[in-house]
Design a protein around this ligand. Structure first.
Ligand code: NAP
Length: 254
């Protein structure tokens, strides 16, 4: 038997939304497994801080400021990453945001902001990095969706639409790029405390309702995503593509 390795030494991982929250946690997990890291966020100071923490782990890391909703900015960001690292082996397409409102209060601006960031941004970065991976004839793309990609909840119309779109986009990218030895998969977490959710989760009634929907009886942690992301970035997942891996404490099994 010839088992693969989860060692990512010598690989470069580009992590959008890597400056904080889930993206930063998963960037640390990839660095722990040996990868060098490109942190992408709009706020450069926060990106630099995250990159420094990765360098403190003994890996190479750089931060690039980029708004993933703007094609020219995405192109410039990828060029910059390639100029430093020469290649991108792993794309962790994680940047995202949320606006919670009842459907009748959602404005066109709200809708566009969420869909542009969560779905168009994922598409633009995947398309640009995919061109490099096709040239390399290898790559691992990991898109970050949510349980809202497979279930619905009130007040989350634009968010659920965007995350469902990511689940479907993942399948199409996987089918088109399988011939180039590129795996495209999706991680769909349930609730995890981050700058995006801490305000929402501070309401005790809401928190209890979330916990009662979670068979494992607790919120997820960023560490809970470390195994799934390293698995999907490594040779252990070479025969898996187009898949959405729910990391949800059993929520969607109900
Ligand atoms: N936390 C949860 O419970 C949870 C559950 C399921 C799925 N998720 C998903 O996980 C991902 C990360 O969520 P999080 O909770 O870690 O959020 P977060 O703490 O708010 O972090 C969001 C990250 O995305 C970046 N970002 C946002 N808009 C961007 C843009 N237009 N261009 C480039 N970067 C952008 C932010 O940096 P800048 O603001 O500096 O750009 C930041 O680095 C999202 O896709 C989210 O939907 C989260």
């Amino acid at each position: 038997m010839n088992f693969p390795s989860a060692d990512l030494s010598g690989k470069t991982a580009l992590v959008t939304g890597g400056s904080k929250g889930i993206g930063f946690g998963m960037a640390c997990a990839l660095a722990h497994a040996g990868a060098d890291i490109v942190i992408v966020s709009r706020n450069l100071a926060e990106g630099e801080k995250a990159a420094q923490e990765i360098r403190n782990m003994g890996r190479k890391a750089m931060a690039i400021s980029c708004d993933v909703t703007i094609p020219a900015a995405v192109n410039a960001m990828v060029e910059k990453a390639l100029a430093t690292f020469g290649k991108i082996d792993i794309l962790l397409n994680n940047a995202g945001m949320n606006i919670r409102k009842p459907v009748v209060e959602v404005t066109e601006e709200d809708w566009d902001k969420v869909l542009d960031t969560n779905l168009k941004g994922i598409f633009l970065v995947a398309q640009r990095v995919g061109k490099e991976m096709i040239k390399q004839q290898s790559g691992k793309v990991i898109n970050v969706a949510s349980i809202l990609g497979v279930i619905g909840l009130p007040w989350l119309a634009s968010y659920a639409a965007s995350k469902g779109g990511i689940v479907q986009l993942t399948k199409v990218l996987a089918l088109e790029w399988a011939q180039y030895n590129i795996n495209v998969n999706c991680i769909a977490p349930a609730y995890i405390r981050t700058p995006m959710t801490e305000g929402w989760l501070s309401d005790q009634v809401r928190l209890q309702s979330i916990l009662s929907n979670t068979p494992l009886g607790r919120l997820g942690t960023v560490e809970d995503l470390a195994g799934p992301v390293v698995f999907l970035a490594s040779d252990w997942s070479n025969y898996i593509t187009g898949h959405t891996l729910l990391v949800d404490g059993g929520w969607t099994a109900r």
